[in-house]
Write a protein that binds this ligand. Sequence first.
Ligand code: SAM
Length: 295
Amino acid sequence: MREEEVSTQTGEVAPGVLYVVATPIGHLGDLSSRALAVLGAVDLIAAEDTRHTRALLTHFGVHKPLVSLHEHNESRQLEMLLSRLREGAAVALVSDAGTPLISDPGYGLVNAALAAGIRLSPIPGPCAGIAALSVSGLPTDRFVFEGFLPPRAAARQNRLRQLAQETRTLVFYESPRRLVDTVADMVLVLGAARSACIGRELTKRFETFYRGTLEQLQAEFAAQPEALRGECVLLVAGAAPSTLDLPAGGPEAEGVLADLVSQLPASQAARLMDRWFGGGRAHWYARAIALRGGE
Ligand code: SAM
């Protein structure tokens, strides 16, 4: 363990420090004065998309050398950035929007910098998931950030099954193109009655929040497809703790089992249930037999 001291006074940067700087997720007024001071004082800025960041910096009258750092060139750029930091340059890392590394590039650089003994300092600011959570009305004492679900339906449903018993509030990022399918999968796997919130276009002109059960949100989007434009965060209440007292998988799993035993032999239903929800084949076989009236 090593203690580090990094100057954090507004307008000052220390040599050889990597600053991880959050930038706006829409409203430019959300760039903090400290973030602006740091971006104006560093020697070099590593940006996910240099054109995007240059436009932001130009708006604020900041002109600094920019280098691109994204998932496809991160390993190539690391050595150059580390050697600049070792030489004493102060470097800022930014992404296109919000907090770097949060569903954004930078993980490789941060860890390479740590391994190289380089000091790091966060300049905190906007993060879409946290902003949406703060007004969602869902429990905030414990939550899980899940980022993007897999784009393909089978993998997405599988991931949702793994999350079905999670009692903490679930925070997802989602593309508007997939939102309808994702909400439909959530109704299927997590159950129609879960409370949820969708935050769209946060901090922007058309900022909108949709709150209700997953089923209500599904109906709302079917009725107004224009709601499907823009960026969005999808938050879903965790499983009610009481469902964990029920057999493995909770009431949603029992519903799935009921469907399966109406069409398949109990042994096959048990095998599928164990694969999807865990809990063991023997457990599901006994439940299947019980559902059939103990034949
Ligand atoms: N690093 C960012 C952060 O701190 O929130 C997230 C970057 S991730 C590539 C982009 C996703 O974040 C979008 O697809 C959307 O799910 C969410 N997002 C970003 N800005 C948003 C906004 N203004 N309103 C709603 N969601 C937003």
